[in-house]
Design a protein around this ligand. Structure first.
Ligand SMILES: Cc1cc2nc3c(=O)[nH]c(=O)nc-3n(C[C@H](O)[C@H](O)[C@H](O)COP(=O)(O)OP(=O)(O)OC[C@H]3O[C@@H](n4cnc5c(N)ncnc54)[C@H](O)[C@@H]3O)c2cc1C
Length: 499
């Protein structure tokens, strides 16, 4: 008798969540008490996605994929940690310090002052010797536009690049180089001339309308902040978390998603398919008839920002700082540095373990690890001369092809909403339409939002997404005035030329 080919039986769930990074795990946690059958599918053996971490194979010390910060404005990421009871693993900077920028060996500290938002950082900026009063004053028009910005305004500015917008608004080259270029790289991971003016001015809006943001760091391996606890919670509720499992094709009719095929041939059927995959990975799974559908038609437009993160183990303590950044210079490699000996609890007697981020790392993709370590060390020594005497015991170079999607002009308009044009297919991930820069906060907000959409579709709506912290009173008054003020005609002209 001829044997029929084995067709694996479909696995039946109510919700299948693709991706076990922050967005996917947040969504799963948000659905734990929904009484639905869930499954999480993650390609990597390790959960955590772009926020994963591991023990360095030589030293055994916890290292993140690359150094990350959180801020006290991360309402959604912090609410995930609260649900998982891991919020106490975040180590916060001293109250008043926002960050330290090194120009050579000179440290310029940006601190919150007693002034309220939106002018809370003026005193620190005034103390920066690279800037004169005219440079500071040149921000007025840009600040006016940013203060009055809403999501419609973000989309209007989206076609223009950040550098062109600032130049049009009269921001001096010195001011652009010193702070705007730095903000574009560190918040948006994209140089001013290549980032969306909408993304840039919205980030500025958030930064100046709230009390100067406090910075925090994972006090454990980054992934250990959320991944093991999320997995334990999901599995304890009886739901599988499949790691090392790749989704290869989304399934359904022309108009409705009904499941996913896995690389091992298994089929997972579900009424709700939640993708938290980056756009390139999602594009590879779409049936042809979905590829032109609204929200799914731009997936291949997005482009990744690659990072290289460097970890250096020294024989001694070289600083008492937790975190510092270099003043922007186009030929520099590194943007931000961290000393984990001053961050990880219990490391008080340990020598320095310095981590750093090289953003937009295509520039140095061909460099050897040794050359990257050598140059990173040189940049570190420029800022911290004490590092010159230290002996480097060990180094690790992490090459990361995708840190975030580049917010180039047109990015905001293409970010898809949680509900796609295909019924039953929900979209989440840091790059989706959250109104936030691509970040852990955006990923968590998108995960909660996808869970909200499932709850709503089940006829039991509930609120999971947390608002950002409230704005200062003066900021609200100034915002109201800025909202009714027309944008400078020269900005409108630049937008028209660009569009
Ligand atoms: C070096 C570095 C530094 C950063 N610094 C900061 C920072 O300081 N602050 C901050 O807020 N953010 C920072 N970020 C960004 C932050 O890490 C991301 O925004 C966030 O982790 C994205 O989470 P996500 O869940 O949206 O996506 P991801 O973490 O990418 O999750 C998607 C998951 O889907 C999986 N997947 C893909 N394809 C498939 C498939 N076919 N089948 C199954 N699974 C699949 C992937 O393996 C991945 O785990 C940084 C990122 C990097 C890399």
């Amino acid at each position: 008798m001829r044997r029929l080919p084995q067709v694996p039986a479909a696995l039946e769930f109510d919700v299948v969540i693709l991706g076990g990074g922050i967005a996917g795990l947040t969504c799963a946690v948000g659905l734990l008490d929904a009484g639905l059958r869930l499954a999480v599918v993650e390609r990597d053996e390790l959960l955590g996605g772009r926020a994963r971490s591991w023990a360095d194979p030589t030293t055994g010390d916890p290292v993140h994929v690359g150094p990350h910060i959180v801020t006290d404005c991360y309402s959604n990421f912090l609410s995930l940690l609260k649900r998982l009871d891991t919020g106490d693993r975040v180590v916060w900077e001293p109250e008043s310090l926002l960050y330290t920028m090194f120009d050579g060996a000179r440290a310029i500290e940006l601190r919150r002052s007693s002034l309220p938002p939106p002018v809370q950082l003026l005193a620190s900026l005034r103390a920066d010797p690279a800037l004169g009063l005219l440079d500071l004053a040149s921000n007025a028009a840009a600040a006016g536009v940013a203060l009055g910005l809403d999501e419609r305004g973000v989309l209007e500015l989206d076609g223009l690049d950040g550098g062109a917008a600032l130049t049009t608004l009269g921001v001096t080259p010195a001011m652009q180089r010193r702070y705007w270029q730095f903000a574009a790289m560190s918040i948006l991971n994209t140089p001013l001339g290549r980032c969306s003016a909408g993304s840039l001015l919205r980030a500025f809006h958030h930064a100046i309308t709230r009390d100067a943001v406090r910075v925090g760091f994972p006090g454990v391996g980054l992934g250990d902040l959320f991944a093991p606890a999320a997995r334990a919670a999901v599995e304890a509720a009886g739901h599988p978390v499949w790691t090392g499992t790749t989704a290869t094709q989304l399934l359904g009719t022309d108009t409705r998603a009904s499941g996913v095929r896995l690389a091992d041939g298994r089929i997972v059927r579900a009424r709700h398919v939640v993708s938290t995959l980056p756009p390139g990975d999602l594009a590879a799974l779409l049936p042809e008839s979905w590829q032109a559908r609204a929200g799914l038609d731009s997936l291949r437009w997005f482009s990744p920002v690659p990072y290289i993160s460097v970890y250096l183990w020294f024989d001694r303590r070289i600083t008492s700082r937790q975190f510092w950044a270099r003043a922007y210079a186009p030929d520099d490699l590194n943007c931000d540095f961290y000393d984990y000996a001053n961050i990880y609890p219990g490391w008080a007697g340990r020598p320095s373990l310095v981590g750093s981020n090289i953003i937009d790392a295509d520039r140095v993709a061909r460099w050897s690890d040794a050359a990257i370590v050598e140059r990173t060390r040189r940049e570190l020594e420029e800022n911290l001369p004490a590092a010159r005497a230290a002996i480097l015991r060990h180094a690790a170079v992490h090459r990361i092809p995708l840190a975030v999607q580049a917010p180039r002009p047109g990015f905001e308009a293409r970010r898809p909403s949680v509900r796609s044009a295909v019924a039953g297919l929900l979209l989440a991930g840091d790059w989706t339409r959250t109104g936030l820069p691509s970040s852990m906060e955006s990923a968590a907000a998108s995960g909660w939002r996808a869970a909200e959409a499932v709850w709503a579709d089940e006829g039991r709506p509930r609120t999971l997404v947390q608002p950002l912290p409230p704005r200062g009173r003066l900021a609200r008054v100034v915002m109201a005035a800025a909202r009714v003020a027309p944008w400078p005609p020269r900005l409108r002209r630049a937008m028209a030329q660009d569009g």
